[in-house]
Every structure is written in structure tokens, then in C-alpha cells.
Write a new protein. Structure first.
Length: 492
């Protein structure tokens, strides 16, 4: 497994109030911790869990030797009352402010290409789309092209669940092909900023568009063609510390707040050049953030898969590999698909890496054109700050020819028609992004690496498995059963 961990510590955020009272549990080592009650009185109800030795708590009230606390770190109840000492033996000790910062354990993934994929030129379009990259039926992800086994002796249905890159560059012929597949619902996992929020004809098929062009129209419902926006990477920009982060009082039990604090510390470490995190490791961090910071968007996306009226259904982001790969992992895991097939589904992106990069450039060119027409002042600023750069592919490009028979005759050929592969590992002009999934470096090569998905699967194991994780965000067993009933069928 190509996943390790880096430990680092960032600069002191400061701002910790000297008057704060913190305590660390030092007693109860031989019993797994100290007794916790629900009130200050010694006759109050004893809680089932003990407060573990080493746990760090915030004092909320102190009456004699009785302490009402809120747990910050460690195992045990999130809140309750304990004795500071018992029969002359100290059970807790005071800890001076500022609190110690927890280690910032970062992903460390090797960016190593699969030996079996070194021959790939990245030009493949499995379903023949020209300017819609990485589009495929999730049910066709078996490494031996077999039906995908799911839980309960069932198999994944074909023709119901698709994944892809962005739709903004799609040609009219691509949209016709999409119509022919009968896709009713498009789950858009992109953040929606800058290039990711540009307008395109595809959103007339799947309204409302990200540019708010359809804001006056009634929202379509289940069974109608529509776009459901679920930004997996929202709110990840670097920002000032919150009060709890500055005083280091973020409760470890608050998974969202704890992960937000971790992500902010990581961003500062990178900015201060205290760690060198490669792209793959950064994408691991983005997956962790999506799972635990933006679980509301994960839930919203998955809930769409519990209504039969929404199918056939397409989900995707810009490249159809990172946020899309995470979504596919959650769906397949919940259906009981093996990790081997989940990894294969993820790695199939590398067949289309050049196609992805080319379509991203086309989408970028279309966005620039839109900005220049609608907001000349912003356009001039983009030119001045270097956001605008040279592109290899623009709106004149007609896509790769998947078969020689697709090549138009000389009379039919249009400017931009070509068969060359998109350049690999060349920088794409930057956009103002807040996460590695939307970065120029990521779109330049548009590859995926095994270690990213292995890291993600390990995160889910640490939650007790994907079903436990899904239950924790509000997607319970009934939801899973509805999804299984729609997406799977008895094995033939």
C-alpha cells in the first residue's frame, strides 16, 4: 500500500486566553479512565463510559473537587462531571494555556504510475464522446469486463449510473448522445467558482445552470432532466482562525470542526513551506475534507440515488476523477462491491487523461470568452494577473477521432480537427482555486494514483466501514436498501 503519513506542527496560532482552565486526566490508568457522572453530586447518574487517561478537557464549572467539563481530546464522554481528586490522589492535573497543538498528520502518497498502464496515451473515450471526457458506465468497471458482483448475490445494472468530466465543452453531437442515453439527473460535484461555474448549452438540458441563467424558471423535480449541485469541496479556502481554533479548544469529537482545523493547519504548513506535499497527497487531504467537512453535500448527492425517478443518472466534476472518484467509491462500497473493482473503476481514468486535459482547456477557453463579453473589467484583471495564458486547445477543436472511420473528408474538415494527443504534464493556466482538486497542476496531467484511493478506503475503514460512515451522515440502512434495489439486479 503506497500510503504513509507525515507529521508536522504549524506556527502557534496565538490568541489563547490565559484565564481558560484546562485539565488532563492522569488517574484511572489501571481501569481505563475515571468515572464520569451526569451531575456534580456524587449520587448523580454514572455514565457508561469512563473518561480515558490522557484526555484533555475544558473546565466549565468547578465546585470543590467536582469538575464539570467539556472534552476536547481523547476518549470518553463529550461532557459530564468528574472528581479532580479522590482520597488524596489526584485524578486530573491543570494544563496551562496555550494548549499544545495536536500533530498535523498529513497523507504521504507516492505518485507512481501503474505498470500495466504505462502504454496508455490517455486518448480513450469509452463511449465515443468527443468533447466530454472520461464518460463511462460505472457498471463497466470490472477489470475483466464482467458483470460487477454486489452484496446479496446481485450484480450492478448497466445503463443506469454514469460518471464523467465536466459538460461545458460538450459538442452538440455529444449532447445528442447524452440524450440518447436517457440521462435525467446530473449531479454536479464541482465547487462552482470561476471556470467551474461557467455557463454552457449543456445546462439547458440539465437546469439550473451554475451561472444562474435559469434562476427565473421553476426548479425541475424528480423525473425531469435537471442538475443537482453538490459541491464536495466548498469552503476549503484558507481563512482566519476561529475562536476555538485560536485557543486550540476544538473538540476532537466534533468531526467536522476537527477536520476543518486540520485542513487549515495543513494549508498554513504548505504556505509557510514547512512541508512539501505532492499533488496526490494533497488530493487525499481533499477527499478527507469532502467526507468529514462537507458530509452534507455527500448526503445530498447520495439521496438522489434513492429515487428511481432520477435514473439514468450522471455524476461528475471537472475531470471526472477526484470528487467523482470519491462519489463512485461510496456508491460501490455501499453496494458491497470489492475494493479491487473500486480501485479499477478509479484507475480507468488514466485511459482518458489526455482527453480530460484537452476538454479542460476547451472549457477554460469558453469561460474566458464568457468573462471577456460579460465582465470586461474582470477580464482585464485576469490578463494582468496571469490567469489567462496560452492554450493548446480551444473551442475550434472538434475532439479526438476514436476510430479512423470518424475522420471527416477533407471537404468536411474544420479548423481545429486533429488527432494529436493533448500535451501531458504541461501547466494549464491557473484559476483562483481553494483545493487541489480544482488546481491547474491537477488538470495538467489529469491522472489518478492508486495510493489516493487506498488512503480514502482506509479513512472509511477507520469509521467502521462505509455503512457506518454513511449512517453517521444521515444515510441509513433504508437508504442503502433503496439504492441497492434500484442499481442492482439478481445475478444471471
Amino acid at each position: 500500500m503506497a500510503v504513509a503519513a507525515k507529521k508536522s506542527s504549524s506556527s502557534n496560532p496565538g490568541g489563547a486566553p490565559a484565564s481558560s482552565s484546562y485539565w488532563r486526566v492522569i488517574g484511572g490508568g489501571e481501569k481505563g479512565g475515571i468515572i464520569v457522572r451526569d451531575g456534580l453530586g456524587l449520587n448523580s447518574q454514572q455514565l457508561d463510559q469512563r473518561l480515558a487517561t490522557g484526555a484533555l478537557v475544558l473546565q466549565e464549572e468547578l465546585q470543590g473537587d467536582r469538575l464539570r467539563f467539556k472534552k476536547l481530546r481523547g476518549h470518553g464522554p463529550d461532557a459530564g462531571c468528574v472528581s479532580v481528586s479522590l482520597k488524596g490522589k489526584e485524578l486530573l492535573e491543570r494544563v496551562q494555556a496555550p494548549l499544545p497543538e495536536p500533530p498535523t498528520v498529513l497523507p504521504d502518497v507516492i505518485m507512481e504510475r501503474e505498470a500495466s498502464q504505462l502504454h496508455l496515451d490517455g486518448r480513450r473515450s469509452r463511449m465515443g464522446f468527443r468533447r466530454l471526457a472520461n464518460f463511462r458506465d460505472v457498471a463497466d468497471s470490472h477489470p475483466e469486463s464482467l458483470r460487477i458482483p454486489c452484496a446479496g448475490g446481485r450484480v450492478l445494472r448497466r445503463g443506469l449510473l454514469f460518471r464523467s468530466g465536466h459538460l461545458a465543452a460538450a459538442l452538440p453531437a455529444d449532447l445528442e448522445k447524452l440524450t440518447g442515453l436517457g440521462v435525467k439527473t446530473y449531479i454536479d460535484l464541482r465547487e462552482g467558482l470561476d471556470f467551474e461555474g461557467a455557463d454552457a448549452p449543456a445546462y439547458d438540458m440539465f437546469p439550473p445552470g451554475p451561472a444562474r441563467r435559469h434562476k427565473e424558471l421553476p426548479l425541475p423535480g424528480p423525473g425531469e432532466r435537471r442538475r443537482i449541485w453538490c459541491p464536495f469541496t466548498k469552503g476549503l479556502k484558507m481563512r482566519p482562525w476561529t475562536k476555538e481554533e485560536a485557543s486550540r479548544e476544538v473538540p476532537e469529537s466534533d468531526r467536522q470542526a476537527w477536520t476543518l482545523w486540520w485542513f487549515q493547519r495543513m494549508n498554513r504548513l504548505i504556505m509557510e513551506k514547512k512541508v512539501d506535499l505532492n499533488l496526490a497527497s494533497n488530493l487525499c487531504a481533499v477527499n478527507r475534507a469532502a467526507l468529514f467537512i462537507n458530509s452534507d453535500e455527500v448526503l445530498k448527492a447520495l439521496q438522489a440515488l434513492t429515487d428511481r425517478r432520477n435514473f439514468p443518472l450522471l455524476f461528475g466534476c471537472v475531470a471526472g476523477k477526484d470528487r467523482t472518484g470519491l462519489m463512485s467509491c461510496l456508491i460501490l462500497s455501499a453496494l458491497g462491491v470489492s475494493e479491487e473493482i473500486i480501485l479499477n473503476d478509479y484507475l480507468l481514468t488514466n485511459e482518458a487523461s489526455a482527453h480530460i486535459s484537452a476538454c479542460v482547456e476547451v472549457g477554460m477557453a469558453l469561460w474566458w470568452k464568457q468573462v471577456a463579453e460579460e465582465d470586461p473589467r474582470k477580464w482585464k484583471m485576469m490578463e494582468k494577473t496571469g490567469v489567462v495564458g496560452k492554450l493548446t486547445y480551444d473551442e475550434s477543436w472538434r475532439g479526438f477521432y476514436m476510430e479512423e472511420a470518424d475522420r471527416p473528408s477533407p471537404d468536411e474538415q474544420q479548423p481545429g480537427d486533429e488527432t494529436q494527443a493533448a500535451p501531458q504534464d504541461q501547466p494549464t493556466p491557473a484559476t483562483d482555486v481553494s483545493n487541489a482538486a480544482s488546481s491547474a497542476d491537477n488538470f495538467a496531467s489529469s491522472r489518478v494514483y492508486r495510493g489516493i484511493m487506498e488512503y480514502t478506503l482506509q479513512l472509511l475503514r477507520e469509521e467502521g466501514g462505509v455503512l457506518k460512515y454513511l449512517e453517521s451522515i444521515g444515510f441509513g440502512s433504508e437508504d442503502v436498501e433503496k439504492m441497492r434495489d434500484i442499481l442492482t439486479e439478481p445475478s444471471p
